[in-house]
Design a protein around this ligand. Structure first.
Ligand code: JAH
Length: 240
């Protein structure tokens, strides 16, 4: 997968992309991430990327020309290439959207700044607009990093063989069960006995129940969509 990112702050991406799973995926050639500074696509002496909003109002708006030129210069000639703007007006990001995007061989992400981006970028350039949540950031960069991280770990060969992204919380539609490690007793707090029992069938059952309980307590709306067996539904209804 090839990802092109258009931003005014390419340096922001250094440490997340040079650490851990993302770095390994890049080093192994499973993904290439190409950063482009939108300012490099200006032509005037002052490399102007923003301007005052028509109609007045506070702050600045990103000009359309450098963004169009940047996209046109990085976009491959052929193939369907989503051009994605990170913005609070986008469709909500989720594990499902990450799965959908991870199927493309090429993606372009645009990170806005200031009070926003000229509407002609939204209407005539962008093919998809994504929001990672209902809060205000100072720009799309951190949102782009979230999207890249969630997508890349779904690519074949990125995770080690022991971990399957399909077992993760939010793929199964439930929150994760509680995890414990040594010591078995820490400050008087013991690890649940079943986990020390060596009875793997019972452990699996306990974990699954814990996942359902936890989801019911913290994110009940997730249970409406989760794929549960008849018995699991009955358990949920009993607990409710
Ligand atoms: C802020 C351009 N979904 C979170 C999110 C994404 C992008 C932005 N804010 C929040 C943003 C300023 C300028 C984009």
């Amino acid at each position: 997968m090839r990802i092109d990112i258009l931003t005014l702050f390419p340096e922001m991406f250094q440490s997340p992309f040079s650490t851990s799973i993302l770095k390994r995926a890049i080093d192994r050639g499973l993904v290439s991430v190409n950063l482009h500074n939108i300012r490099d696509y200006t032509h005037d002496k002052h490399h102007t990327v923003d301007d005052y909003p028509y109609g007045g109002g506070a702050g600045m708006v990103l000009k359309p020309e450098p963004i169009f030129e940047a996209v046109e210069s990085v976009k491959p000639e052929s193939g369907e290439v989503p051009i994605i703007l990170l913005s609070p007006q986008g469709r909500p990001f989720s594990q499902q959207v990450a799965q959908e995007l991870s199927k493309y061989s090429c993606l372009i992400l645009i990170c806005g700044r200031y009070e926003g981006v000229d509407e002609r970028v939204h209407s005539h350039l962008v093919t998809d607009e994504i929001s990672i949540g209902d809060y205000v950031l100072s720009g799309g960069e951190l949102a782009a990093m979230v999207v890249v991280e969630a997508m890349v770990r779904l690519l074949p060969g990125v995770l080690g063989s022991e971990a399957s992204p399909l077992d993760d919380s939010h793929v199964a539609g439930l929150l994760e069960y509680p995890q414990y490690t040594r010591p078995a007793v820490f400050r008087d707090w013991s690890v649940p006995e079943v986990l020390l029992s060596g009875n793997h069938a019972q452990i699996a059952k306990w974990r699954h129940e814990q996942a359902i309980l936890r989801t019911l307590e913290r994110r009940p709306e997730l249970l409406d969509k989760a794929e549960l067996s008849k018995e699991e539904r009955q358990l949920v209804n009993k607990l409710k």
